[in-house]
Design a protein around this ligand. Structure first.
Ligand SMILES: [Fe+2]
Ligand SMILES: [Fe+2]
Length: 288
């Protein structure tokens, strides 16, 4: 397993910012350097990913693959800018085939469906050098780093948000978010799990990570938890499960939302941090 001391994880884009020269936008993008390997998870909403990477002194060209956590615009919107920036002729992109499905979010108050999917067509991205590796199962990026593939839903308290829809044959249907995936790293300190939006439930994801990576100890979970729009019951049960799983560090972002993040900060005092744009994680992690 990989020595955690060789890992550096930098959040390039997030809803809030932790560094003066780095900007915030709705979305997430995370740069993972682990020993000799380097990966990018998601691209935020706009070309901010490229501008923030410059400000953080990160060379996006070093990423040997881009992993897309799912097809929503706030994770895929910076794709064009990333492809235009890299100097190589091709970029390997690991994703689920459903990243290209027509995704919408339903606004009950206005009774409208707003397009929330990937804002580019596949041809356009391929013309810029995207080399899509689409599949439903886990992808081992190194011996200790995996893109999760489809996350099984095994808890009885986590559900995909009801307002997420797909347009199929002219009709809106519930989106099962089969494309939701996370990044798992097996380190000597335990698992480091990086969530995109955790649409299929962060506890389902942690359970899957433990099984796939054959490691019980969870050292850190960062990224979007989608607990912001979740029911109170789901949040309560999630807190209980996180406690039971004894997660050492929790660094929530993005679709967690401030009220739930504030609650988690209180519940997990001393092992909680806000993972914002410009946050640089080194291991073992110490609060700063
Ligand atoms: Fe999402
Ligand atoms: Fe999101």
């Amino acid at each position: 397993m990989i020595s955690a001391e060789t890992i550096r994880i930098t959040t390039i884009v997030e809803n809030s910012t932790a560094a003066g020269n780095v900007q915030a936008e709705w979305g997430i993008s995370v740069f993972i350097e682990a020993g000799e390997s380097c990966f990018l998870l998601d691209t935020g909403t706009t070309d901010m990913v490229v501008r923030n990477a410059d400000r953080l002194g990160l060379d996006l060209d070093k990423a040997e693959a881009l992993i897309l956590s799912h097809g929503h615009y706030d994770h895929t919107g910076g794709l064009e800018a990333v492809l235009q920036r890299i100097r190589r002729s091709e970029l390997r992109i690991v994703a689920h085939p459903d990243v290209f499905s027509r995704k919408y979010s339903y606004r009950k108050e206005k009774d409208v469906h707003r397009y929330a999917g990937i804002p580019f067509c596949r041809d356009r991205l391929e013309s810029l050098g995207a080399h899509f590796e689409l599949g439903t199962g886990p992808v081992w990026l190194t011996g200790d780093i995996a893109a999760s593939g489809e996350e099984p839903m095994t808890t009885d308290f986590e559900a995909v948000a009801e307002n997420l829809r797909l347009k199929q044959d002219g009709k809106f249907v519930q989106d099962p978010m089969a494309d939701d995936q996370s990044l798992y790293i097996r380190t000597d300190l335990g698992l480091v799990i990086i969530l995109g939006c955790a649409h299929r439930g962060m506890i389902n994801i942690i359970r899957h990570a433990r099984k796939l990576m054959d490691t019980e100890r969870v050292y850190m979970v960062i990224g979007g938890t989608h607990l912001g729009p979740a029911s109170k019951r789901q949040v309560d049960m999630t807190v209980e499960a996180l406690r039971e799983m004894d997660v050492a560090w929790l660094g929530v972002s993005h679709c967690t939302g401030l009220p739930v993040a504030a609650r988690l900060a209180r519940e997990f005092e001393g092992r909680f941090f806000f993972n914002s744009a410009g946050t640089v994680l080194r291991f073992p992690y110490t609060e700063h």
